[in-house]
Design a protein around this ligand. Structure first.
Ligand code: XMP
Length: 333
């Protein structure tokens, strides 16, 4: 595990000046670390990896090779958007890999959350290693690890349990052949956004809600099946569309659907209809260490419920999760 404490000399980054100073410092540090070697970056398209990509492009240009792995656990249209923004608009060096079958085959029948996370994290590294073998001279792996990932992966005190092993900290195999480059590892999420804006990334990208590395894999609860994953992806797209239409997208920090591995009895077209419940989670936070619940107007909840239960095959109920963090974590696994 790659665990270090945030340096006490690093002041909380809230202003553009502080962000610019951080960026200058990191550019020097990255150049000193990587020299003339190539760096692979896991570009998921989330805030963290996008900011790392922008920082590395600024520091080392075409020495950076961005790899976008579609692990089959992306949200609807997400991989297409990553290609559009980074390849077409930002002209980054981007390799797209569709590894859907590889991940879903490995995850078949696996229900324990920590095992799922570890499988996804380890397979990410395998995919990168395969890619690195094809590219000459890749020595470094850049990651969008941020400080809460590290804090939650270690025990905070004797007698306490680590909350969960985030895939980019706890899942690395010991024989990892890359050296790590993690320029955001001491930053909290709100600081990463300020740095992203200072780097000139579009506002919508920097303030986009976060998406966990294991993706829909930790929202398709228990053992993942392709059918339930498909239902989750469609329901999640409806939720996001309705939040956009209601003007909630920029207001609520993170919102998504989780679907448990259970069915209940329902009724549709006068017949018994057994289906999964879709659980709506909508939370606000500044640093993801604690979170409160967004009070969504009932009219919007009714509309989302009506759309999901009629448009998504296999879902017969919609539930709203009222649990803050703690005691829930933001994700369900
Ligand atoms: P939890 O569920 O721990 O989530 O309250 C806190 C924030 O972290 C995101 N999250 C992850 N991000 N890799 C990531 O990069 C992960 O493995 C991971 N797990 C959770 C989560 O979506 C929330 O924003």
């Amino acid at each position: 595990m790659n665990i270090q404490k945030r340096p006490e000399t690093l002041a909380r980054i809230t202003t553009m000046e502080q962000a610019n100073a951080f960026i200058e410092e990191q550019i020097q540090a990255i150049r000193a670390q990587v020299g003339a070697d190539k760096v692979l970056l896991a570009l998921s398209g989330g805030v963290d990896s996008s900011v790392v990509a922008a920082l590395l492009v600024k520091a080392i240009g075409k020495q950076l090779v961005c790899v976008h792995v579609n692990h089959g656990l992306m949200r609807k249209n997400e991989s297409e958007n990553v290609i559009e923004v980074f390849q077409n608009q930002l002209d980054a060096n981007l390799i797209y890999i569709d590894a859907t079958d590889r991940f879903l085959d490995l995850l078949a029948g696996v229900s324990e959350p920590e095992r799922k996370r570890k499988i996804i994290g380890a397979e990410f590294i395998n995919v990168f290693a395969d890619e690195a073998r094809k590219l000459a001279g890749v020595k470094f792996l850049a990651q969008g690890t941020i400080y809460p990932d590290i804090l939650e992966s270690i025990k905070q005190a004797e007698g306490k349990k680590a909350v969960k092993s985030h895939h980019n900290v706890g899942g690395l195999p010991e024989d990892l052949q890359f050296e790590l480059c993690e320029p955001l590892k001491f930053l909290f999420k709100d600081e990463v956004r300020v740095v992203g804006e200072a780097l000139g990334l579009p506002h919508a990208m920097v303030y986009r809600q976060p998406f966990p590395g294991p993706g829909l894999g930790v929202r398709c609860l228990g053992a993942i099946t392709r059918e339930r994953l498909h239902a989750l992806r469609e329901a999640d797209a409806i939720l996001r569309e309705e939040f956009d239409n209601a003007g909630l997208a920029g207001k609520v920090w993170q919102y998504f659907i989780a679907i448990p591995d259970m069915k209940s009895v329902g009724v549709k077209d006068d017949s018994r209809y057994e289906g999964w419940p879709a659980i709506i989670r909508a939370v606000n936070t500044t640093d993801a260490m604690t979170a409160t619940i967004e009070e969504i107007p009932y009219a919007i909840l009714h509309r989302i419920t009506a759309r999901i239960t009629t448009e998504v095959e296999g879902i017969n109920r919609v539930l709203y999760d009222l649990t803050p963090k703690p005691t829930g974590t933001i994700e369900w696994e």
